[in-house]
Design a protein around this ligand. Structure first.
Ligand code: ADP
Ligand code: MG
Length: 326
């Protein structure tokens, strides 16, 4: 292969919003036969909207949402952005209390931790104007301080929180309809189910058709529920038997490795921190330009426009470039 032709190929890619890390990437791009697509933020817009809040008996829905929003304002996950926005708790950088803390409305959240593919938690309490947790001397042991968890139902259960049947039912019903449901809890109990919906991107179905035309086998991979994954798959034309759901972030790379061990040449398309290991472990990693820096760094190609059709264009481009050379 002449380096000049390869450079022309990568140059053409750049014009099309396809950033190729090096000319050698074109060779692995050409050989790909299987393409694994992350769901949230890749096939879907990753812009969830909060559809409803189903409180547990005795819980006020707005209070539950306010607590969830305070925690989620500290997270960058698409679910977090939707919950924080709905709670009108868009983090105000001028209200930072220092360190990892943030004050939102009358609630202050700090001491944030996240469980990738599971959820997030932080200590939430009534804000004392202008005083950080450290300067009040109350620390996290303050009377009003609550450790609030927001995440998948199984995460709250694993944490030992009591989940009333109303919350179980709300989650099951939401997932049956293809929505995503997370639960907020504190003080030993689940307090509300938060139902969110994410739309598939307008271009995703066309992209999947183009990938099939190129002879690729598309697979949908997600940490979300089976039902939500199947709904998205149906919308874009991916077979139900090619849906792999409820996969933890660390296991996404294992799915890619398994396909490779079966003799497949695997491309992975993703956008999230949770996709980074799978992107790095694939024969070809493609990151959505709209995604996280971690995903972009782990990938061979960046799809600047965040449009899945660019993945098909990249593969077509590599084939055209190498055909010219050979
Ligand atoms: P995907 O593979 O579709 O991009 P993730 O692996 O990021 O999804 O998340 C899987 C699941 O973990 C979500 O559907 C949700 O139940 C839970 N989760 C992850 N992050 C959060 C968060 N910040 N808030 C609430 N739930 C979360
Ligand atoms: Mg994603």
């Amino acid at each position: 292969a002449t380096p000049t032709a390869l450079l022309v190929g990568t140059g053409r890619g750049a014009q099309l919003g396809i950033l190729i890390k090096g000319p050698e990437v074109l060779e692995s791009t050409r050989r790909v036969d299987t393409i694994v697509l992350d769901k949230t933020g890749t096939v879907t817009a990753g812009e969830m909207a909060l559809e409803s809040v189903v409180p547990a008996p005795g819980t006020d829905a707005d209070d539950a949402l306010a607590h969830a929003g305070a925690v989620e304002a500290l997270s960058e996950h698409p679910i977090a952005q939707a919950v924080a926005a709905a709670a009108e708790t868009t983090a105000d950088p001028t209200a930072q209390t220092g360190g990892d803390g943030v004050t939102i409305g009358s609630l202050q959240a700090f001491d944030f931790t996240s469980t990738p593919g599971g959820g997030v938690e932080a200590v939430v309490r009534q804000a004392h104007s202008g005083l950080s947790p450290a300067s009040t001397g109350l620390g996290t042991g303050s009377l009003n301080a609550r450790r609030v968890v927001v995440g998948r139902l199984s995460l709250l259960e694993a944490d030992g929180l009591t989940v009333p049947p109303e919350i179980h039912d709300a989650v099951a019903e939401a997932e049956q309809s293809g929505a995503t449901a997370v639960v907020v809890g504190w003080g030993g109990a689940a307090r509300a189910a938060l139902v969110l919906r994410d739309a598939v991107k307008e271009t995703s179905a066309e992209a999947v058709a183009q990938l099939r035309d190129l002879g690729l086998h598309p697979i949908l991979l997600t940490g979300d529920s089976e039902a939500a994954a199947r709904t998205a798959a149906r919308a874009v034309g991916i077979d139900e038997s090619d849906v792999i759901a409820r996969v933890l972030p660390e296991d996404k790379a294992d799915v890619v490795a398994r396909l490779r061990s079966e003799g497949k040449t695997v491309a992975m398309v993703g956008d999230g921190v949770n996709d980074a290991a799978a992107l790095a472990g694939a024969d070809l990693g493609l990151a959505m330009g709209t995604g996280t820096d971690v995903a972009i760094e782990a990938s061979d190609i960046t799809l600047v426009r965040g449009d899945l059709r660019s993945a098909a264009t990249a593969i077509q481009l590599s084939r055209d470039t190498l055909r010219v050379i050979k």
